[in-house]
Design a binder for this molecule. Structure first.
Ligand code: BES
Ligand code: MN
Length: 458
């Protein structure tokens, strides 16, 4: 059968080595969005992907400024008014790579070992953007795209997409579309294609606790001055009760309860305690006992300590009573919680619980809204059939615990649903050392996307 989709798949297979080389080139650019010292790398990563769009014949390709990092745009509208327009979303920014000493190769010197490519951003999500780019390239180089496509590749996803909402509002006509394809989620396993229908939101805060005006001798003053590290630890310890529930006032008020049907569906997903223990290496699972882990990760809100800093942490010992302590705290949110209200609840908790023996301040660093997508959107059938063709089984539908700010901005600003998918795996070490991409799954992903676009043909 020499139909156009077969030709596109042949093109992808023949060009596999070049695709890998290009992916490694992009991953080598340290586009860490949270670090001001990487501003130039952010620009380079944006221009690099704009170059890819240009080279494969996309039109109106632009690196567009925002209040923060630029957005890369491109389009091909040659399928005409009767065909749907798909907005392909991606992000070219990555998380910081530390602790560097735990990497087996430097995070921005990508390496291939066995079936994997290693490097920061390989799975989350330069690899996923490349899968989409290379699926479209394979189609346009061997035939004709059956749909219109627009590309929206942002550089602030890993810091809460702060300027994307406004960008979408001011470019509504440019970005108008029927559906957003968002490959920033993942698969349950290499053999189980997955479509994600909900994401958690995020409220990220930094708390600082101050005590004495400078570090003190703990022998001379300990016992008379409240230790800020201890005071912060006491405040943090009080943020959960003994059942793992968050104690911020009103925290669960807006949480939409799960229907018995949805709970039954989630309970059937092949996600075992054993697999979670194995993926994480944790000695035991933890959390609200009345919910399954899959619900606790995808459909229940949480509060996490992301980092702690205080006092003497070098080698050896120093008897010091530190002057201050700092914690990075974030909450994963579910519909209908909002980051703004959650931040107010954190402030209310601190106002009620902080002792007079310390001073404190709290800042809201960034936010993302929780999202539920319409499972009847116009791409679901096309993607389900594509996955069935490539993996031999239909996708399962899952709620994910991660956050992608763009989904709600696109829903609200453009009135378009997101089709959330992706070809990353639970053990890809995203946001961790030795982030990796499973190449056999990635290659299947490219083929699935080729089928997806052809399946959308009106
Ligand atoms: N790709 C992830 C989100 C994700 C992870 C979706 C796993 C589905 C499954 C994304 O790049 C990410 O990590 N986002 C940040 C956003 C935050 C900083 C607002 C996150 O979730 O921590
Ligand atoms: Mn991502």
């Amino acid at each position: 059968m020499n139909d156009s989709r077969t030709l596109a798949i042949e093109y992808a297979r023949q060009n596999r080595e070049r695709f890998l080389k290009e992916l490694m080139e992009w991953v080598a650019i340290p586009s860490i969005s949270t670090s001001p010292e990487h501003k130039q790398d952010i620009q380079r990563a944006a221009e690099w992907v704009a170059g890819q769009l240009q080279a494969m014949g996309m039109e109106n390709v632009q690196v567009m400024p925002t209040g923060g990092h630029p957005v890369v745009y491109g389009e091909w509208l040659g399928a005409g008014k009767s065909a749907p327009t798909i907005l392909i979303y991606g992000h070219y920014d990555v998380q910081p790579a530390d602790p560097l000493e735990l990497w087996d190769n430097p995070p921005f010197e990508p390496a291939q070992r066995g079936e994997y490519l290693y490097g920061r951003g390989m799975s989350d999500m330069k690899g996923q953007v490349m899968a989409s780019l290379k699926a479209v390239e394979s189609i346009v180089r061997s035939g004709t795209l059956p749909v219109n496509v627009k590309w929206l590749i942002e550089g602030e996803e890993e810091v809460g997409s702060e300027h994307l909402g406004e960008f979408i509002q001011t470019h509504k006509d440019l970005l108008a579309c029927d559906l957003s394809l968002n490959p920033d989620s993942g698969m349950m396993s290499p053999t189980q294609p997955t479509i994600t229908y909900a994401l958690r939101g995020l409220m990220y805060a930094e708390i600082r606790v101050y005590g004495p005006k400078r570090d003190l001798h703990s022998g001379l003053f300990g016992g008379a001055v409240h230790n800020p590290a201890q005071a912060l630890a006491e405040l943090i310890a009080g943020m959960h009760d003994e059942n793992g529930r968050v104690t911020l006032p009103g925290f669960y008020d807006k949480v939409r309860p799960l229907s018995p049907e949805e709970r039954a569906d989630l309970a059937r997903l092949p996600i075992s305690d054993q697999a979670l223990l194995q993926q994480t290496g944790a000695p035991a699972l933890w959390g609200e006992p009345e919910y399954l882990p899959v619900e606790r990760i995808g459909a229940r809100p949480t509060l996490e300590v992301n980092g702690l800093l205080s006092g003497f942490t070098g080698e050896g010992s120093k008897t010091v009573l530190p002057a201050w302590a700092m914690a990075k705290i974030s909450c994963r949110l579910v519909p209908d919680q909002t980051p703004e209200e959650t931040f107010r609840q954190l402030v209310a908790y601190l106002e009620a619980k902080a002792p007079a023996s310390i001073r404190w301040e709290v800042r809201n660093l960034h936010n993302a809204r929780p999202a539920i997508t319409d499972r009847n959107n116009i791409g679901i059938q096309a993607l389900s059939r594509a996955m069935q063709t490539v993996w031999g089984i239909p996708p399962l539908f899952k709620r994910e615990g991660g956050s992608i700010g763009a989904v709600v901005f696109i829903q609200k600003g453009l009135g378009a649903e997101s089709l959330l998918t992706g070809f990353g795996l639970p053990d890809d070490n995203v946001h961790s050392p030795n982030e990796k991409l499973h190449l056999p799954t990635w290659e299947k992903g490219i083929e699935a996307l080729i089928h997806f676009f052809y399946n959308l043909k009106p």
